[in-house]
Design a protein around this ligand. Structure first.
Ligand code: B1M
Length: 210
């Protein structure tokens, strides 16, 4: 019997191997990948986030929980993707300069791929120039930016500017997201689309490319 509570508990403890095994067992029990993601992995990360804020856990614990989450995501990934959706457009994605938080970015990537987009992942701590170079090189329709820190979200404006300076601003749609990002911030920096979560981001990306 699938035990989502147990997956959450193991993720909070950073037990990557157990998380992998339990995610696979839940899939084998026909639990939807999206349910495992929402009710076990994301729920666990929320709890870790609150404890982190309250100084009940610290960076090393959060880091191993994040690794355990990524291990679980690897198992869920093929099941979060839909089939027969190739050739729907191209996006370059990354977490902005100075920011190492990559779990939300990874989720957006998985969901976009699930909609049939080709996604070029630049990783985290990505400079504005690197986004622009990659968008030019791959002739991307979308530049997708993630930021989790109030101190790094300002980098998003620099990417918009870099795209303008490189003469590609009218050729790419700039999508932004991450916990501190809002619609009004999006408008203030001249980006095109803000979405609050990975599923909405992938829906919008598909709209842009079709
Ligand atoms: Co950090 N961290 N962290 N951290 N961390 C936060 C973000 C924080 C809110 C914790 C807190 O204080 N409560 C806080 C930021 C405060 C602020 O800026 N106001 C914080 C801090 C302060 C820090 C450090 C500065 C701590 C320190 O060193 N003293 C440091 C900074 C390092 C750096 O980046 N330079 C740091 C480090 C870390 C770890 C390395 C330990 C680890 C990251 C590991 C990794 O990502 N590989 C970590 C983690 C895990 C967190 C929390 C606990 C969880 C983040 C997460 O992965 N959530 C976080 C607290 C929290 O969020 N509750 C916290 C799950 C993920 C799925 O959600 O990324 O928000 P999220 O993505 C969501 C949406 O935002 C959206 O879709 C997803 C849902 O579907 N989304 C997009 C994201 N990108 C999108 C792009 C889109 C559209 C939607 O379009 C393109």
């Amino acid at each position: 019997m699938a035990d989502l509570e147990k997956i959450s508990e193991m993720m909070q403890k950073g037990k990557a191997a157990d998380v992998k095994e339990l995610c696979q067992a839940a899939l084998d029990d026909n639990v939807e990948a999206q349910t495992i993601l929402d009710d076990a992995l994301l729920a666990a990360m929320s709890i870790v986030g609150v404890k982190f804020k309250n100084n009940q856990v610290f960076v090393p614990e959060v880091l191993i929980a994040a690794r355990a989450m990524n291990a679980g995501l690897e198992i869920l990934k093929p099941h979060l993707k839909s089939e027969d959706t190739k050739g729907n457009g191209k996006a370059v994605i990354g977490t902005v300069k100075g920011d190492l938080h990559d779990i939300g970015k990874n989720l957006v990537k998985i969901m976009m791929e699930g909609k049939g987009l080709e996604v070029i992942d630049l990783g985290s701590d990505v400079t504005p120039e690197k986004y622009v170079e990659a968008a030019k090189e791959h002739n991307a329709d979308i530049i997708a930016l993630s930021a989790l820190l109030t101190t790094t979200m300002t980098q998003m404006g620099n990417v918009v500017k870099a795209a303008e300076d490189a003469g590609i601003r009218d050729k790419v749609t700039i999508m932004i997201g991450g916990a501190p990002i809002t619609q009004s911030f999006c408008e203030s920096i001249g980006a095109d689309i803000y979405t609050p979560d990975a599923a909405t981001a992938s829906d919008k990306a598909l709209e842009v490319c079709s």
